[in-house]
Design a binder for this molecule. Structure first.
Ligand SMILES: *[C@@H]1O[C@H](CO)[C@@H](O)[C@H](O)[C@H]1NC(C)=O
Ligand SMILES: *[C@@H]1O[C@H](CO)[C@@H](O)[C@H](O)[C@H]1NC(C)=O
Ligand SMILES: *[C@@H]1O[C@H](CO)[C@@H](O)[C@H](O)[C@H]1NC(C)=O
Ligand SMILES: *[C@@H]1O[C@H](CO)[C@@H](O)[C@H](O)[C@H]1NC(C)=O
Ligand SMILES: *[C@@H]1O[C@H](CO)[C@@H](O)[C@H](O)[C@H]1NC(C)=O
Ligand SMILES: *[C@@H]1O[C@H](CO)[C@@H](O)[C@H](O)[C@H]1NC(C)=O
Ligand SMILES: *[C@@H]1O[C@H](CO)[C@@H](O)[C@H](O)[C@H]1NC(C)=O
Length: 922
C-alpha cells in the first residue's frame, strides 16, 4: 500500500511541475520582499512582489501567498502600467452583489479559500501585457500569542523560483526589552542559515534574511524551484513581577499580563479520551504515546482521572487519584490497553468527567477537563444543543473544558462552542505523524496553572475586551485592550485580582514599575490592537448567541471590520482590476476547511483517498503551496481563457465527503464554502507611479537618530566601529581616525576584495566603497552613483531593476544597495548624517570558506570584564586592556541606534595592528 501511495505522489509531482519548468522563461519575479514590523506583539507584515511578463503576448500572472491563520488582511494593492488597483473592504453582501453583477456582465469570478495547520492562502491574478510588470502588495496584521513562554512570528516563503532580489526584514520593538530571540524553521536550515543576520539591542531586534539565488535552492525543503518553507522568529520579552506591560496612546490602551514569578497551583485534571472505532490505528497509538508523556509530567501534588469512551464509558478509577508513581504506572497500563471500537457517546463521557471533578473539590487547586475526540456524537444523546446544555449545567462555570478535535471528521464548531461555553478553547489536532506532539504541546500550554479567577479591572476604561479569565497558565499571556474614558490618563487605573496558590493576590500600579509607553508608537497602533482583539472576541461570542443578540454582535464585528479594513468572515475586499479582467473572489476561510491542493501533486495523491492521512498538513516538498506564481498562457492576449479546472478538496479518511468543484479558468465559480469573500473588480483607478516613488525619495531615507560625540584625535575626523559579541553583553568599540582606506573584505578563494574610504567630512561611515571581482570587474559606489566597470566598459547603474553581470548582481533600493557577488551578499546601507549621505556595508551572507579577512569578516569578540575601580579592564585572551565605558552608533541596521560599548584601542580590538587593515588604493 505504501508503495502505491508513493508512486502516485511522485507522478503527481511530475505532472504538477512539468508546466512550471516550461514556463520558466515566460515570467520572472524581479523582487520579493517581506517586511514585518512587530510593536508590542502586534505584527504588521507587508509582502511586496514585482513580476515581469517576458512573453510577447499577455499572460495571467498569479500572486499566491500563505499568511498566518490568525491574521487579518488589511490591505491589498496591485501596481501596473502607472495605475494602482486598490482593495476596499466592504460588507460581504455588497461584495457579493458586485460579484453577481460581474458575473452577469460577462466577467468572471472565483473564490479562493483553504486552511492549513497554521497558514491560509491568499491568491489572486491579473493579466499582464507583453513585457510589462506588475507589483503586488499585501498587508496583514496579527497579535502574536504567547505560548510555551514565547511569541512566534511565522513567515512562509515559496516563490516557486529562485529570486535574485529576495529579502525578509523583520523589526521588533518591545518596550519592556527583549530577553531572547531565535530564528527557526525550514528556511534556517543548511546553507540558508548563512543568510540570516540577527541584531538585538535591548528593546529592539532586527532579523534580516537575505538569501542569494543559489542559496535559495539549499534548505531542507528547497530545490530547483527555490525556497519552500518557514522562517520562524521566536522571542520573549523581559518581565517584572508587577502588573505587566501597559501601553497607552491616543485614548486606547493594551495591557499584556503574564507574571512568571508565581508558584504553580496543583491541578485536578480529567482526561476524557474517545476510543470509538474511528480512532483505530495510528490515531489511538499517537494518543497513547501522548498520554504516556503527559502522565509522566504530572506532579506528585496533582490529582487526575482518566476515562475512555465509545458508546460505553470505561474508568481507570471512579474518582480522582493522586499522581503518585504507583497510580501513574497503573494509569499508563490502562492507557496502553485502550482498544478502539464502537460509536461515540460524547454526552455521557463529558458528564462523567465533570462528575469526577465536581465530586472531588480540593481547596487551592485548579480543575481542568480535557476531551479528545475524532468524531461527532453518535450514541447516547446525539442532539448537539442538548449535549451543550447538559454539559454547561454540569460544569456550571467551575472549571474550563478544553476540546481537542482530532482530524477533519469532527464537527469543530460543535466542539468550539462547547469549549467557549465553559471558558475553555477548542483546538484541532492535525492528523499527521506529529499528532502525539501536538497533543502533548497543547497539554503543556495548560499544564501549569499559576492563577485562577483572574479579573482584570480598569477604572477609567471602557469598551474593554474580555476581562475575566478562569485560569492563567505559565507560558501564556492575558491581553486586554480598551478605550480610556475621555482619554484621561490620570484617572485610568488598572488592577488585577486573582487567586494564587494559597491566597488572593492583587496586582496594581503601587507595587510595580509599570511600563508605560513614552516612545511614540504609530498613532493608531494601540487602537488597531484593540480593534483586532475586539473583532476576534466578537466572532467567538457570535458563536454562542442566537437570534437578535447574535445579529447585534455580528453587526458590531462587521462595523469594526469595515472601520479598520479587516478582512474577516463578515467582510470582503473589492479591488480594482484592469478593464475587462476577470474578477477574483477571495475568502477568509473558516477553521476546518481542508487545504485545496490545486496545482500540486497532492491533489492527485489526495484523490487516491489514502495519502492525506499523514501528509495533508505537512509543508514538505509536496506540501500545500506557499508563495507562488503561475502564469497560464491564453491566446493572443485574450483575457478570458478556458480550460477545465478541478479543485478537489477532501476530508481525511472519508472519501465520500470529498467535494469536487469544477470551474472554467477565468470563470472560477463560487462553489466553495460561503464564508467571506474578497472580491476583485473594477473601480476608478488612482494615478500613482509606484515604481518611481519607490526609490530615492527623501522621505524614504532613514534619519539617523542619536549622534554621539567622537573622541577626535589628531584633529581629524574619527570613526567608531563596533565589535559585537556573541552574547548580549556590551560590544567592544574602537576608533579609526582620518580619511583612510580600509580593507573591508578579502575573499582569497574568489579573488574578491572590498575596500572602503572613510568619510572625511562626517564621522558616520564611508564615502566610497569599491568591490573588486576577478576578471577585471569593479563596482564603485559613491555620491556620484553606482558604476560597474568591466574591462573598458563602464555602466552607470540606476534603480530600480537589478543589474546582473557575470556572477554579480546589484539592486539599489531606497536606502540600501544590495550586492550579490560570488558566494557573498553585501548590503551597503545608506545613512544620512548632517544632511550628508554615507555608506555602511554589512555582510548579509557570509562566504562559506573560512579564509576571508577584513573588517567585515571579524569574528564576534570574546572578553571578560575585570573590575578594578575606578577603571574597568576587559580581558581578551591573556591580555588585560583598559576600557572606557562609552557608546557607539550601530549603523548595521536600517535605523541606527546608539548602544553602550567598551571603548578600547583599535589594535587591541582587532588583535593585530590596525595598519594591517589599511590599503593605499581603493
Ligand atoms: C518596513 O515597514 C516599516 C513600516 O511600514 C517601514 O518603516 C520600514 O522602512 C520598512 N522596511 C523596509 C526594509 O522596507
Ligand atoms: C514557568 O515557566 C518558566 C519558563 O518559561 C520556568 O522558568 C518557571 O519555573 C515556570 N514556573 C513554574 C511555577 O513552573
Ligand atoms: C465605546 O463606549 C461608548 C460608551 O462608553 C459607546 O458610546 C461607544 O459606542 C463605544 N464604542 C465602540 C466602538 O463600541
Ligand atoms: C467578572 O468577574 C467579576 C468578579 O469575579 C464579576 O463581578 C463580573 O461580573 C465578571 N464580569 C463578567 C463580564 O463576567
Ligand atoms: C500589591 O500591593 C497591594 C497593596 O498595595 C497588596 O494588597 C498586593 O498583594 C500586592 N500585590 C502583589 C502581587 O504583591
Ligand atoms: C556615468 O556617470 C558619470 C558621472 O558620474 C558621467 O561622467 C558619465 O558620462 C556617465 N556615463 C554614462 C554612460 O552615462
Ligand atoms: C556606563 O555608563 C552608563 C552611564 O554613565 C551607566 O548607566 C552604565 O551602567 C555604565 N556601564 C557599565 C558597564 O559600567
Amino acid at each position: 500500500m505504501g508503495r502505491t501511495v508513493l508512486q502516485l505522489t511522485i507522478l503527481g509531482l511530475l505532472l504538477a511541475s512539468a508546466p512550471t519548468l516550461t514556463k520558466k522563461e515566460d515570467w520572472d519575479i524581479y523582487s520579493f520582499h517581506i517586511n514585518s514590523t512587530v510593536t508590542s506583539r502586534y505584527a504588521t507584515t507587508v509582502i511586496t512582489s514585482r513580476v515581469v511578463n517576458r512573453m510577447d503576448e499577455s499572460k495571467e500572472i498569479e500572486f499566491h501567498v500563505q499568511i498566518p491563520k490568525n491574521a487579518f488582511i488589511s490591505k491589498f494593492r496591485m501596481f501596473m502600467d502607472d495605475q494602482v488597483y486598490d482593495g476596499v473592504v466592504k460588507t460581504k453582501e455588497q461584495a457579493q452583489q458586485q460579484y453577481t453583477e460581474a458575473v452577469s456582465s460577462g466577467q468572471s469570478a472565483g473564490i479562493v479559500s483553504s486552511v492549513g495547520r497554521t497558514l491560509e492562502e491568499f491568491k489572486t491574478s491579473v493579466t499582464v501585457a507583453a513585457h510589462k510588470k506588475v507589483t503586488f502588495e499585501l498587508t496583514y496584521e496579527e497579535l502574536l500569542k504567547r505560548t510555551h513562554g514565547k511569541y512566534e512570528l511565522q513567515i512562509h516563503a515559496r516563490p516557486m523560483q529562485p529570486v535574485k532580489d529576495f529579502k525578509i526584514d523583520v523589526y521588533i520593538h518591545e518596550n519592556s526589552g527583549i530577553s531572547f530571540i531565535d530564528v527557526k524553521g525550514g528556511l534556517s536550515t543548511k546553507d540558508l542559515a548563512n543568510a540570516i543576520t540577527k541584531t538585538v539591542l535591548d528593546k529592539q531586534a532586527w532579523v534580516y534574511f537575505y538569501p542569494t539565488a543559489d542559496q535559495q535552492k539549499t534548505c531542507d525543503s528547497c530545490g530547483e524551484h527555490g525556497m519552500n518553507g518557514d522562517l520562524i522568529i521566536a522571542y520573549e520579552v523581559k518581565r517584572d513581577s508587577g502588573i505587566g506591560d501597559l501601553k497607552k496612546s491616543d485614548g486606547y490602551f493594551v495591557h499584556h499580563f503574564a507574571p512568571t514569578d508565581l508558584q504553580r497551583i496543583p491541578k485536578n485534571v480529567v482526561f476524557v479520551i474517545d476510543q470509538s472505532g474511528s480512532m483505530r490505528g495510528i490515531k489511538i497509538e499517537q494518543t497513547k504515546t501522548a498520554l504516556g508523556h503527559i502522565l509522566n509530567d504530572l506532579e506528585e501534588d496533582d490529582f487526575f482521572g482518566l476515562i475512555t469512551f465509545d458508546h460505553d464509558i470505561f474508568h481507570w478509577k471512579q474518582e480522582l487519584v493522586q499522581a503518585t508513581s504507583d497510580n501513574l504506572q497503573g494509569a499508563k497500563n490502562f492507557a496502553e490497553n485502550i482498544q478502539s471500537r464502537g460509536s461515540t457517546n460524547i454526552n455521557a463521557a463529558v458528564l462523567e468527567g465533570a462528575r469526577i471533578l465536581n465530586a472531588n473539590p480540593r481547596e487551592g487547586s485548579a480543575s481542568i477537563l480535557i476531551l479528545l475526540t475524532d468524531g461527532d456524537p453518535t450514541s447516547g444523546v446525539t442532539n448537539q444543543k442538548q449535549i451543550q446544555s447538559n454539559i454547561r449545567k454540569a460544569i456550571a462555570g467551575k472549571f474550563p473544558l478544553y476540546c481537542l478535535g482530532f482530524g477533519f471528521d469532527v464537527n469543530f464548531e460543535f466542539l468550539e462552542k462547547m469549549s467557549l461555553q465553559n471558558s475553555g478553547v477548542a483546538r484541532r489536532i492535525y492528523q499527521d505523524s506529529d499528532a502525539d506532539l501536538q497533543l502533548k504541546g497543547f497539554y503543556e500550554e495548560v499544564a501549569i496553572p499559576l492563577l485562577t479567577e483572574v479579573t482584570m479591572i480598569y477604572i477609567g476604561g471602557t469598551n474593554l475586551t474580555q476581562t475575566n479569565f478562569s485560569q492563567y497558565y505559565n507560558g501564556s499571556e492575558i491581553v486586554v485592550a480598551g478605550e480610556i474614558t475621555d482619554n484621561n490618563i490620570e484617572t485610568f487605573t488598572p488592577q488585577v485580582v486573582a487567586i494564587s496558590k494559597d491566597r488572593k493576590v492583587v496586582f496594581s500600579q503601587t507595587n510595580t514599575s509599570m511600563v508605560t509607553s513614552t516612545e511614540t508608537v504609530s498613532v493608531d497602533l494601540i487602537q488597531r490592537v484593540w480593534a483586532y482583539l475586539t473583532v476576534k472576541q466578537l466572532l467567538e461570542k457570535e458563536l454562542l448567541l442566537s437570534g437578535s443578540e447574535q445579529e447585534k454582535v455580528k453587526k458590531e464585528a462587521l462595523d469594526l471590520s469595515l472601520k479598520y479594513n479587516f478582512v474577516t468572515p463578515h467582510t470582503s475586499m473589492v479591488v480594482t482590476k484592469p478593464q475587462g479582467e476577470s474578477t477574483d473572489v477571495l475568502n477568509k476561510p473558516k477553521e476546518g476547511e481542508v487545504p485545496q491542493l490545486k496545482h500540486t501533486g497532492r491533489r492527485i495523491a489526495g484523490a487516491s483517498g489514502t495519502h492525506l492521512q499523514t501528509s495533508g498538513q505537512r509543508m514538505g516538498p509536496l506540501g500545500f503551496p506557499g508563495f507562488r506564481y503561475f502564469s497560464s498562457g491564453h491566446p493572443q492576449g485574450d483575457p478570458v481563457h478556458h480550460g477545465l479546472q478541478v479543485h478537489h478538496s477532501f476530508s481525511a479518511g472519508n472519501p465520500q465527503r470529498d467535494r469536487v468543484h469544477h470551474g472554467f479558468r477565468g470563470k472560477k465559480l463560487k462553489l466553495l464554502e460561503p464564508s467571506s469573500n474578497i472580491l476583485l473588480t473594477a473601480q476608478a483607478p488612482m494615478l500613482m507611479d509606484f515604481l518611481m516613488t519607490d526609490y530615492s525619495a527623501p522621505e524614504f531615507l532613514p534619519t539617523v537618530r542619536p549622534t554621539m560625540t567622537m573622541g577626535s584625535t589628531f584633529g581629524s575626523i574619527s570613526h567608531r566601529f563596533l565589535l559585537k559579541t556573541e552574547s548580549q553583553s556590551p560590544s567592544l568599540c574602537f576608533d579609526v581616525s582620518g580619511a583612510v582606506i580600509l580593507k573591508l573584505l578579502h575573499h582569497p578563494s574568489r579573488d574578491l576584495f572590498v575596500n572602503g574610504e572613510l568619510d572625511s567630512i562626517t564621522n558616520g561611515g564611508f564615502q566610497k566603497i569599491v568591490i573588486h571581482l576577478k576578471t577585471d570587474q569593479h563596482i564603485e559606489i559613491d555620491s556620484q552613483g553606482i558604476k560597474v566597470k568591466d574591462g573598458q566598459m563602464v555602466i552607470n547603474y540606476t534603480a530600480p531593476d537589478p543589474l546582473s553581470d557575470g556572477s554579480m548582481t546589484i539592486i539599489k533600493r531606497n536606502n540600501e544597495i544590495d550586492i550579490e557577488a560570488e558566494d557573498i551578499r553585501i548590503v551597503i546601507l545608506i545613512h544620512i548624517k548632517d544632511g550628508m549621505e554615507f555608506y555602511w556595508p554589512v555582510l548579509r551572507r557570509r562566504p562559506s570558506a573560512g579564509d576571508t579577512e577584513g573588517l567585515l569578516a571579524l569574528k564576534p569578540a570574546m572578553y571578560n570584564e575585570v573590575q578594578e575601580n575606578p577603571i574597568t579592564k576587559v580581558k581578551m585572551g591573556d591580555e588585560e586592556i583598559e576600557a572606557i565605558n562609552s557608546t557607539a552608533v550601530d549603523y548595521s541596521v536600517g535605523s541606527p541606534v546608539s548602544v553602550p560599548c567598551w571603548l578600547i584601542s583599535a589594535d587591541d580590538a582587532l588583535q593585530k595592528s590596525l595598519n594591517d587593515f589599511f590599503v593605499t588604493k581603493l
